[in-house]
Design a protein around this ligand. Sequence first.
Ligand code: FE2
Length: 219
Amino acid sequence: MDLNVTVQPGSSGKVDGVTAPASLIQLPTLPYPENALAPTISAITVETHYQKHHRGYVEALNRMIAGTNFALMSLEGIIAATKHRRDGMFNNAAQAWNHTFYWRSLQPPQPTSAIPQQLDGPIQAFGGLARVKQELAAAATAQFGSGWAWLVLADSRLRVIATSNADTPLNTGVKPLLVIDVWEHAYYLDYRNRRADYVNAVLEHLLNWRFAAHNLAAV
Ligand code: FE2
């Protein structure tokens, strides 16, 4: 999907001291203020996660692709071209994409948590919303080490999967609908080692089901 992460080859500039086109892969703007997810996720966690980690992946990627043919590709194109290498360029590109998708998978707490109508059928076929949340929580907490828990569409049905480290379901034949970041940097400042508490709080208060419905409609 278009995550508004664009390639704009052209004028010269510097990325952390390395000469590079001024605008290679862009760090997308957060879709809400840094304090908008509190108290479930604090402003300092969002700031650190976005300004240090997400930005770090984008800047590292830009240093790697500067002056190469990859600088002419979209972020999705770089991921597709490097997915079999599983090297630093893939890791930084996939992490850049995964994080943009993560920020959009969350939203500030809403007064009502109505699920968009388009999701009713797929969720009922899965066994209901409680089961979706239960399996997302299980995938997120069972993921050994760093990774991601995803709600995806596979063969026209909802499915919950986990990926490790930088891996992404992009280009694997399934359609990502929502994701929860379970790298420690996503929750350690707020929840220390209590990953399950972070995951359950996100599931209850922050998941953006309208974003899931939007992704479903884009299939
Ligand atoms: Fe992260």
